[in-house]
Design a binder for this molecule. Structure first.
Ligand code: PMP
Length: 301
């Protein structure tokens, strides 16, 4: 991990090495935090943050499950994100805002007695899966049930589900996992949403409280629709996936990652035509090369 100099912590720029928390922080024990993953890209107008407002709005929406007040407004955290990138002179990289409960009182229901902290770190980070077509394993771990947790929020503790699925996929010789929902339909990847293409129609699982409403997912649906493709949000069975022409993951870190095979079964002919078109459009947009989507970019001036 490439360090930067500063981390924004509760309104102050703190040296990277000094941005520490107490070992009895509530979130460390119980996973009671909300977080985001955002990317910024180098463009010919300087660094641009992709869909910053949407990410910070989702951060606040995730944290709202605790019903605890945050001292800052969305606007202030948006501004702080821009400031930390400027302060670190980061051209291109990953941004990690997190709202977490600090040291206060241990115990599950005692969050209101713990300090609410907000941190924003950023650092250089290349594409997570590198853009090459990957081998995917259908996980034996199912995606968290929507009635067990509010599964459409980005909560730190939920990521044990993603970690177990990822570790298992990697240790079994695959690049990434694909999680099914409690009904056996496709849910999502450990940190990505999932799409297939069949007969030029693009399909993706419905959100329905069961998957994270990905901002890249939303962007791809808009881009594909604008390009004239039909996009359907529906329940997708594994059987339907195995008969697809193309499959890909979307995510802030994963961007648009083509899927070569699932459980060692090749998907389509491997040509990835529509995936390629969407990937190129997405990368052009995040790099500020498409005027039509300028409003998705926040320039760090
Ligand atoms: N699903 C999960 C579980 C994730 O962690 C992520 C990454 N935030 C995604 C989907 C993709 O979401 P986004 O496109 O907003 O990064």
């Amino acid at each position: 991990m490439k360090k930067t100099k500063f981390i924004w912590l509760n309104g102050k720029f703190v040296r990277w090495e000094k941005a520490m928390v107490h070992v009895l922080s509530h979130t460390l024990h119980y996973g009671s935090g909300a977080f985001e993953g955002i990317k910024c890209y180098n463009t010919n107008k300087g660094t641009a943050i992709f869909r910053l407002n949407a990410h910070i709005t989702r951060l606040f929406d995730s944290f709202s499950i605790f019903n605890i007040k945050i001292k800052n407004t969305i606007k202030e955290i948006v501004k702080a994100t821009i400031e930390i990138i400027k302060k670190n002179k980061l051209k291109e990289g990953y941004i990690r805002p997190i709202i977490f409960f600090g040291y206060g009182v241990m115990g599950l229901h005692n969050i209101h007695k713990c300090k609410v902290n907000i941190a924003i770190a950023c650092w250089p980070w290349p594409a997570y899966l590198g853009g090459k077509a990957i081998k995917v394993k259908v996980s034996n771990y199912i995606r968290l049930h929507k009635d067990s947790v509010k599964a459409d929020k980005k909560i730190t503790g939920y990521y044990i589900n993603s970690i177990l699925a990822s570790l298992d996929a990697k240790r079994s010789g695959y690049d990434e996992a694909l999680l099914l929902d409690f009904k056996g339909n496709i849910a999502e990847g450990p940190g990505e949403n999932f799409f297939i293409v069949k007969d030029n129609i693009i399909k993706t699982p419905r959100i329905k409280g069961q998957i994270l409403p990905g901002i890249t997912r939303d962007s791809i649906i808009k881009i594909a629709t604008d390009l004239g493709y039909k996009v359907i949000e529906k329940e997708i069975s594994l059987n339907e996936v195995l008969k697809a022409d193309e499959a890909f993951f979307t995510g802030t870190a994963a961007e648009i990652t083509p899927i070569e095979s699932i459980n060692n079964k090749k998907i389509g002919t491997g040509k990835l035509e529509i995936t390629g078109v969407l990937r190129k459009n997405y990368l052009d947009i995040v790099h500020g090369k498409n005027k039509k989507y300028e409003n998705w970019l926040t320039y760090v001036k």
